[in-house]
Design a binder for this molecule. Structure first.
Ligand code: MCN
Ligand code: MOS
Length: 764
């Protein structure tokens, strides 16, 4: 049992404690395990047609001709779509606000830039008919040379991303003078988001200008705007419904080409269209984390004080579309580095555009830096934890600001203690259990705290129960639960009396559930709104002529679902509403910055990332931190690596629900184990095809790969970071796991593996 679980057990027993901060189980859990939670493709839409995608079989080139005849003549077929006959849409900015080229947008390629790109689609009465007909679409290509990955020398060095340039001091002089210097290159392969629920949608036009889309979404307002832009509709005329999501890990933040296909087909046919992306298709429907490469040069004095850090990173991007995996983000803020330079390049290859995958940038950034720190410790003959302690910065060297909070030293102490780090023999290959070499490694992770505004509605109903409404989403993270806890806390009602409705763009607005920002900002918005609702309830109790509490007191409080005078006279909320003839108290608030603005300006805060505060305007530097201590066992004969023990100490500020935060931490660590040892998109160099585009061959960590994990929260409420004191949780714990494992493998074997995943081939 982890420390958090232990605390969770204790918390469960501590009745009367305020609901926020208690380890309640997931409010959506019973619906999910009993099959009542309706996912996008299960939505009961009458009369759906089925759409199946036809993908490019070449990695680059031009579509010369498409023969639709046989498919059109196939039983049940309603429509065969390609670039030639498809409705043309308007171009839309992407997730990051980049405007695409061109006057119009079609999801179907005429010029092919990657294998698996959409070329055509077939719509039929049944899925089987659509699938059969899709095989009959004959496409002729004019092949072009394929550059499948940046391992291909023809990909070249790519181009610099100047926006990622950072630096201070004189790196060259400091490195020249440094008595100890290490310089190494670290690589991570292409990795794919593999949520249990693959992508897919049902697109339903209720009228010519009114579209409802059932699609799993990390951002229903952003997606509604995206569809509205594509089809030239008003934002209000598009409704995205996404109450339950089987995971996304960054891949469900915006509509993808197949989303457009379903909506186009539905519009052209005047019928709802269902499109299920198959598991193999998810590997080209969404890009995942690009391959990365980074060279780190670290110079230190003989005592281990870092003097200079030089960093050069690069990631693969698509042929004409840009995705930057920001490899310098952890590099520049983790240690006290007096001289630093960081540069980044992107290298276009024939791939689907890469995208966000749990802790984009931060995760591979930490892989490079934290492996390099281990190598530096080795060169200095120093304990790697001591090296980190010595270089702990008292402020953020990147921007000169104080930390809002940084309890990494506490994490080092507590984590090392729980792991037994002091018993480590520093010499590689010095610890063993029979034929098993034992390695102990550690590394640090971090994630910034971002924040955006949000709206929320709180309704106190006639029966005294409470409803919280927001277009925010819950993809397994716990939003439903923590928002019930927040409203319960602010209103003085038990959490079981609060129902939360999420995931519908008709509800009050919310920004993207990305960058691990949603919990903090929604807890803030719901807290503010619920307090306003409580004030209204109290005003009713004090001031309404029909209130049983009128003239009984100057102030009232709400506790346990009852409105009370300081002397303890009380009426139930339902009773007070009935007495005063009110059927509901309904309050809506937002956390937008003060000021008048038009509807259009307001909407921008929720439908673009423009309103996201990444820290530039704040007096403090806001980050979560963690330290991972990991044991591996490497079989000396076979080279197999097993992670046998994980202890992680994490500072994510105040935890709104320690049980759910613990589950987020563990999920991140499990994913980090997969990243270190298993995950790799294998690309065919001849044609850019993903050879392992399925869950049998693209391996992610399963139960057998995961040992007992102990997580320990060392966070304290950080009110300089967020209104209710929490910091980022969702992406924190994956960061630093892979380098901790690589460092442990080095300690076990004496072999330094600088390219992930670490396989037995790389060890024997
Ligand atoms: N939490 C808490 N105390 C805090 C902050 C968070 O107890 N101070 C808990 C809450 O249960 C909250 C959860 O942690 O619901 C995650 O909160 P947060 O860190 O704000 O992350 P988001 O709600 O913004 O979720 C997105 C984040 C991201 S960006 C990715 S990627 C990711 C992740 O969450 N994808 C996930 N965790 C995931 N978990 C699941 N099951 N599935 C995914 O796809
Ligand atoms: Mo998370 S990758 O920011 O959705």
């Amino acid at each position: 049992m982890s420390a958090l679980e232990r605390r969770a057990k204790q918390g469960d027993a501590s009745d009367g404690a305020s609901p926020l901060g208690r380890p309640l189980s997931r409010a959506d859990g019973p619906d999910k395990v009993q099959g009542r939670a309706t996912y996008a493709l299960e939505q009961p839409v009458a009369g759906v047609l089925h759409c199946v995608l036809v993908q490019s079989t070449v990695g680059a080139g031009r579509v010369v001709s498409i023969d639709r005849n046989a498919a059109e003549a196939s039983p049940g077929v309603r429509l065969v779509l390609d670039a030639g006959n498809s409705l043309r849409l308007r171009p839309v900015s992407d997730f990051y606000g980049n405007k695409p080229e061109g006057e119009t947008y079609t999801p179907f390629a005429e010029v092919v830039e990657h294998n698996g790109e959409l070329v055509a689609a077939v719509v039929a009465d049944t899925l089987e008919e659509a699938r059969a007909a899709a095989r009959l679409v004959t496409i002729t290509y004019e092949d072009a040379a394929v550059i499948a990955s940046f391992a291909d020398a023809r990909a070249g060095e790519g181009r610099p991303v100047e926006a990622q340039d950072k630096g201070w001091g004189d790196v060259d002089a400091a490195l020249a003078a440094a008595p100890v210097v290490i310089s190494q290159t670290y690589e991570t392969p292409r990795e794919y988001n593999t949520p249990i629920e693959p992508h897919g949608l049902v697109a339903h036009w209720e009228a010519d200008d009114r579209l409802t889309v059932y699609e799993p979404s990390q951002w229903v307002d952003g997606m509604a705007q995206h569809f509205a832009d594509w089809f030239g509709l008003a934002f209000e005329n598009v409704r995205i419904v996404s109450p339950f999501i089987g995971g996304g890990f960054g891949s469900k933040g915006q509509p993808l080409p197949h989303s457009a296909v379903a909506a186009i087909a539905a519009k052209m046919l005047g019928r709802p269209v269902k499109l299920a992306v198959t598991r193999p298709q998810t590997f080209t429907a969404y890009g995942g984390r690009p391959g990365t490469r980074q060279t780190l040069t670290l110079g230190a004095d003989r005592d281990g004080r870092i003097l200079a850090l030089d960093h050069e990173g690069a990631n693969e991007t698509a042929a004409t579309k840009t995705f930057v995996e920001t490899l310098g983000v952890v590099t520049s803020m983790m240690y006290a580095v007096p001289n630093l330079r960081s540069r980044h390049r992107i290298v276009p290859v024939n791939t689907v555009t890469p995208g966000a995958f749990r802790a984009p940038g931060k995760n591979p950034s930490a892989f490079g830096l934290e492996c390099a720190m281990d190598e530096l410790a080795e060169a200095l003959a120093m304990d790697p934890l001591e090296l980190r302690r010595l270089n702990e910065p008292d402020h953020d060297f990147e921007n000169g600001k104080p930390w809002s909070s940084r309890r990494l030293l506490q994490a080092y102490d507590v984590g090392a203690q729980a792991f037994g780090w002091a018993r480590r023999n520093r010499t590689p290959r010095s610890m063993r259990d029979g034929r098993q070499l034992i390695g102990w490694g550690m590394a640090v992770g971090t994630h910034p705290v971002y924040s955006s505004p949000a709206e929320a509605m709180v309704r106190i109903l006639a029966d005294g129960s409470v409803e919280v409404l927001s277009s925010a989403i819950d993809m397994g993270t716990g939003t439903y639960t923590i928002l019930a806890q927040t409203a319960a806390d602010a209103l003085g009602v038990p959490a079981e009396r609060v129902t939360v409705r999420l995931g519908d763009s008709r509800l009050p607005r919310a920004p993207v559930a990305g960058g691990s920002q949603l919990a903090n900002l929604m807890v803030g918005a719901v807290h503010k709104t619920a307090l306003a609702a409580r004030d209204e309830l109290i005003a009713l109790g004090l001031g309404d002529p029909a209130s049983p509490l009128r003239d009984r007191a100057n102030t009232l409080s709400v506790e346990g679902g009852r409105v009370m005078t300081p002397r303890g006279e009380a009426v139930g909320i339902a009773e007070l509403l009935a007495a005063t003839g009110r059927s509901v108290i309904e309050v809506k608030r937002d956390t937008l910055p003060e000021g008048e603005r038009s509807d259009e300006e307001r909407r921008k805060f929720f439908t673009t990332m423009a309103g996201m505060e990444r820290g530039a305007n704040l007096p403090v530097s806001r980050h979560s931190f963690c330290a991972h201590f990991i044991e591996v066992r490497v079989d000396e004969d076979f080279g197999t690596v097993r992670v046998s023990r994980v202890v992680s100490a994490l500072d994510a500020g105040r935890l709104y629900n320690p049980k759910l935060a613990d589950s987020q931490f563990k999920g991140g660590i499990v994913m980090g184990i997969g990243m270190a040892l298993l995950e790799e998109g294998v690309v065919d160099p001849r044609n850019g095809r993903i050879l392992n585009a399925n869950l049998a061959d693209y391996r992610i960590a399963t139960n057998a790969d995961v040992p007992a994990i102990e997580t320990i929260s060392v966070g304290e409420p950080d009110y300089a970071a967020t209104p209710l004191g929490g910091k980022a949780v969702g992406e924190l714990a994956i960061v630093g796991v892979a380098p901790a494992i690589a460092n442990a493998v080095y300690h076990a074997t004496g072999k330094r593996i600088r390219r992930l995943p670490i396989t037995l081939e790389s060890l024997v």
